[in-house]
Design a binder for this molecule. Sequence first.
Ligand code: ADP
Ligand code: MG
Length: 729
Amino acid sequence: MATFRFKALEALLERKPVCVPREANLTSDYYGKLVFDREKMKKYLSKEGYKAVTDAIDKGTTIDRKSADLVAVGMKAWALENGATHYTHWFHPLTDGTAEKHDAFIEYSELGGVVENFSGKLLAQQEPDASSFPSGGLRNTFEARGYTAWDVSSPAFIVGTTLCVPTVFISYTGEALDYKAPLLKAINAVDKAAVAVCQYYDKNVSKVTANLGWEQEYFLIDEALFNARPDLILTGRTLMGHSSSKDQQLDDHYFGSIPERVSYFMRDLENEAYKLGIPVKTRHNEVAPNQFEIAPIFEEVNLANDHNQLIMDTMTRIARHHGFRVLLHEKPFAGINGSGKHNNWSLSTDTGVNLYSPGKNPKANMQFLTFVVNTLKTLHDNQDLLRASILTAGNAHRLGANEAPPAIISAFLGAEVNKMLDYLEEAVVDRKMTPDEKTALKLDIGRIPEILLDNTDRNRTSPFAFTGNRFEFRAVGSSANCASAMIALNTALAKQLTVFKKDVDVIIESGVKKDEAIFQVLKKYIVECKDIRFDGNGYSEEWVEEAARRGLTNVRNVPEALDAYMTDKVINLFGEMGIYTPKELEGRTEVEFEKFTKKIQIEARVLGDLAINHIVPTAIRYQTNLIENVQGLKNLFPESEFEKLAGARLDMIRTISGHVSNIKAKVAEMIETRKVANAIENEREKAYAYDKTVRPFLEDIRYHIDKLELIVDDELWPLPKYRELLFAR
Ligand code: ADP
Ligand code: MG
């Protein structure tokens, strides 16, 4: 008997929900308790220290060593009072998670013994050994030395007994080795470019903030079952498993009542999130069985992204207290929905205007249209970059499958906004407009309903959808660092807005009035980027054909998608906007190629091991049982009767042999193919080889295993089945 699987199933019967009582206080009473936010800064910092930090946050000024010392003293006092014994520089290396190395506050005191110490120097900068983090080509070029530097814009927080200081991670020669440093630059670039454009409409605007509201999807699997699936443990997804007779056909999980064990987990997670100042707001069952979602109220992009990284970490930790494991992989189970992370994104001004909300008057709506049209143009001109920013080994399973946005980038706008753009295209004439025409145009623009929110149809099939007051980038993978997508989008938009400003100014300089100049440029863009607008069903075959006719790109494999990063256009874009030097971009792209290769390599190894060590022996054992049975029949019955009685079993014996031989042959072939691919030095070429020659084996071998699962005696099958993984509560 397959002991491990059945022990796991038995353990499941014993599970009791781990009750988490609701906090006695209101959420607002303990919200942000573990965050060194302004309120605590005010309390724990000297006037001078407080001013230095808040100026740095609000105005981007630098903090000198003396002020940093003042801040460190206050931060330490607060941290010690809240039980911290250690501190760490918390950063986002180019892996799938965050990194931290803890140091105790202690130092030798002059009197012997130790004292707690934390200085401005320790707060501001650290030197973790960078040699083991991915850096791509940068490793060779600049040595692996790097340092972390305090990101004042994201507040420090306490996890357990450790004070965590959010930091950027950079090489000694200044190259970014993480996601945060370029994200901060991209946010800054879009701020500058958007402010310049806002000036056409309102001189008071001096800062534009990019916002992000992520919706994190995930699966919860009982830990006993999880531990009986080496593929889940090692790769985050099931590499085999026949589909369950019932999975999501009935749509009975989506928004269904949350199972008790899960709801306690969620409460526990939310309590922790609130203490960490993460404004989580929404929780619900997702489409697939055992799939769920958590979403906060949106925040400024950098902070929102820190919070997303923190929540992924926290949920992984808290799940264990409830006997669960969290799966953040984009496609843990074949045949049912995978997990994404919608990135709800918008820009807002320091005058309190959301630039993606239609306004109350023609001028406000013109500004709204300006940002919508420039965003569409950005999308149209940067399809390949945006795709590169979200396509990974895991996410490739989702994109293009009938459950997630396609690998074709397009924008859903909804009827109202589409109508407005069509109208602009028609109403703006190519000659100088008469005053009457201008007045009419402005009046009509004023008619965009102020609240589009309720009017927008909810098209779930679009990778980039306008949802009334924001765009929702839906193609992002559930395990991704949102920064990757946010860097690409905000940088590309920054460039687009800069070009827009130039285009308008040239026309103004030729003697045309500002408004008319703006209309002319908007019309030009509307015409140029029309092909990116699509409100139909993005999952349909017809759209694939239609998109091809429109000349939109459709790339579903990772290495080819990543090549977009190395085009002159993208290199120039990042260079011009001051985000990446060509060398940096090259290094990062190499890291992405390498990540892809390694993920496929690990999957191939795990599958090979499981196939040969778990599946083949099980199949042979069952086959031996059948053979013994057939031999018994042969001894008992005359030839004529035996044929009739044993026929079906003989077929099964043959079928099993067929699958077993196939598995053995293909695993051997896959190993040889890997050897060839492994010998390739160039990371890009290696990724291509893995994609084209190794990856197909994963499906191929799985096919035979899944067939065997249907035949072999359930009592012998060693791995928990889909129905068990998906329906255990
Ligand atoms: P749905 O699933 O209907 O798209 P959710 O409520 O699950 O909606 O998530 C919507 C997310 O979008 C939330 O994080 C919300 O705070 C965020 N959001 C709302 N308005 C904006 C905005 N103007 N800019 C960015 N994000 C926003
Ligand atoms: Mg959404």
